[in-house]
Design a protein. Structure first.
Length: 96
């Protein structure tokens, strides 16, 4: 019980490193890239902030330049939000 309390206290203080998903980034794989309009189809892990289970979804991109250099089958980490009611990738990074 003491170990559990210590771990909870350390987590509350931010002393425990959290996985990428806890930072807001979610892992996914690019399934399709559409340039007009700018959209990505991503097979992704659960997205907690959107209360979305793991699935494959189409997302708009906040910035068309996010598509530069992406390829189908590429592993990514991304953040998504509802922007004007539409699911939108707001940040994108290489998982390595």
């Amino acid at each position: 019980m003491k170990t559990l309390k210590t771990a909870a206290f350390a987590a509350a203080l931010g002393l425990i490193a959290l996985p990428a998903s806890a930072e807001g980034f979610v892992r996914g794989v690019v399934e399709e890239i559409t340039t007009d309009p700018q959209r990505l189809t991503i097979a992704h892990d659960a997205i907690p902030n959107l209360e979305m289970e793991a699935m494959t979804m189409v997302f708009r991109v906040a910035d068309p330049e996010m598509l530069d250099g992406l390829s189908v089958g590429q592993a990514i980490e991304f953040e998504a939000e509802r922007v004007n009611g539409r699911l939108t990738v707001t940040a994108l990074r290489d998982p390595s």
